[in-house]
Design a protein around this ligand. Structure first.
Ligand code: GLV
Ligand code: MN
Ligand code: MN
Length: 416
């Protein structure tokens, strides 16, 4: 690198700890879109961006946007970032590590007084996980210019619409389109993220280059049967919504287990009215289906739908299927893979390429620009779990590689 100012791993660590304290509950990290915890996290992030020499603001959907000008103002930018929202009872690094590490890299550049022949923007996306409104990638879609305004009608668990939540947060839902970046202003998107899987750890590697982000479909399912007395209605006369849902869950598991690398999950299920002595009359559940191959994912989604229809028809319950998300497999651009690989090799580390089973903001950004990702090893491949863990050493290695990638970034390779 030629000089000895490097990203500070202890500061990355402290910042991840500080963000983890912005949580709905003290004992389980949960921070959802447009919550007061998000406000607290954003205030911290905007402050760190400014300390790192960036101008910083919230955009129209609540993303944190920091900008570090290049060797003259107004140059097209390399966009770096990840998300600041979490799942429920989350780990401290999924998303946050990428935002904090990117800020830390800019901090190092600024400390050196170094300007590059392009600008850098660091984005802390306000929603990637989709926990609050059941639809995902809201922050990155706004930036990519693909935010669907019909989603503003979606309501959260308490009946608050996205439109209302944005207004309550002090944002104007009518202005979301202004968060979109223009293609000509963006050179590429690069994200550092924990692997969330076990491959790097199994191979004794601290970092890896992502080849592609697996595509995903998500659905919200409603099954309507007939609530009734658990003691009086004979088994053959029931329209038990939960029994139907249980069959559906097993059909999803069976179908998705039939193809290597295809995965299907029912992660949330709610039974109404929800009493020991009442036959379930209504059930809501979610489905998440993913694969590295789009055709296999789409075939599985179609088969699952057909199987659920057959199950519900036989059981005389009504089925509603609401597709809440579809993201095709997003390939990382070969020229960015190569440049990230070169940064790893320059740190005298082996270059391991791997695909991502987890979804990332790049799935949305790919509609705007070429994307690349650097994975950092996480303990046991555990993620979406409070046990999520990294080492200080790996945070250090990841940030050094990322800074090297940024400093050597050659936008001229874009769309070559
Ligand atoms: C995001 O973390 C996802 O893959 O669901
Ligand atoms: Mn996640
Ligand atoms: Mn993530």
């Amino acid at each position: 690198m030629g000089d000895d100012i490097l990203p500070s791993a202890p500061r990355i660590w402290e910042h991840c700890e500080a963000l983890a304290r912005c949580s709905e509950r003290a004992d389980a990290l949960t921070r959802v879109f447009l919550s007061k915890e998000q406000r607290a996290a954003s205030d911290l992030v905007l402050g760190w961006m400014r300390e790192a020499g960036m101008t910083a603001k919230l955009d129209e959907i609540g993303n944190c946007v920091g900008r570090y000008e290049g060797d003259r103002p107004g140059l097209p930018c390399l966009v770096l970032g990840s998300h600041l929202d979490t799942v429920r009872d989350a780990g401290k690094y999924d998303g946050m590590l990428g935002v904090v590490a990117a800020i830390e890299c800019v901090h190092a550049l600024n400390t050196k007084g170094k300007r590059l022949p392009f600008a850098i923007e660091v984005l802390g996306f306000a929603d990637e996980e989709g926990v609050r409104f059941g639809c995902t990638l809201l922050g990155s879609r706004a930036v990519a210019g693909t935010f669907d305004p019909t989603l503003l009608e979606k309501v959260d668990h308490e009946g608050v619409s996205m439109q209302q939540a944005l207004t309550d947060f002090g944002l104007d839902p009518a202005q979301i389109a202004r968060a979109a970046h223009q293609r000509d202003d963006v050179l590429a998107y690069a994200e550092l993220h924990i692997e969330q899987g076990p491959v790097l750890e199994a191979e004794g590697l601290s970092v890896g280059v992502v080849t592609a982000i697996n595509g995903a479909n998500r659905f919200l399912i409603e099954i309507d049967g007939m609530a009734g007395h658990a003691g009086t209605v004979p088994m053959n006369l029931r329209q038990d919504a939960l029994a139907a849902a249980a069959e559906c869950v097993l059909a999803i598991e069976r179908r998705c287990a039939s193809v290597p690398e295809l995965v299907g999950t029912v992660g949330k299920l709610e039974t109404l009215p929800g009493a020991t002595n009442v036959i379930p009359g209504k059930v809501f559940f979610t489905i998440d289906i993913r694969s590295p191959r789009d055709a296999e994912r789409l075939a599985a989604a179609a088969d699952v739908e057909q199987a659920m229809q057959a199950i519900c028809a036989r059981r005389k319950v009504a089925l509603k299927i609401d597709p809440t998300h579809e993201g095709r497999t997003a390939a990382c651009a070969p020229w960015l893979r190569e440049q990230i690989g070169q940064a790893i090799a320059a740190e005298r580390l082996p270059v391991r390429e791997l695909s991502s089973g987890a979804g990332h903001d790049g799935m949305a950004l790919v509609d705007l620009t070429d994307i690349g990702m650097l994975f950092v090893r996480c303990k046991g491949g555990v993620s979406h779990n409070p046990a999520e863990a990294i080492t200080l050493e790996d945070a250090d290695t990841g940030a050094r590689v990322f800074l090297r990638f940024i400093e050597n970034f050659r936008p001229g390779d874009a769309r070559a």
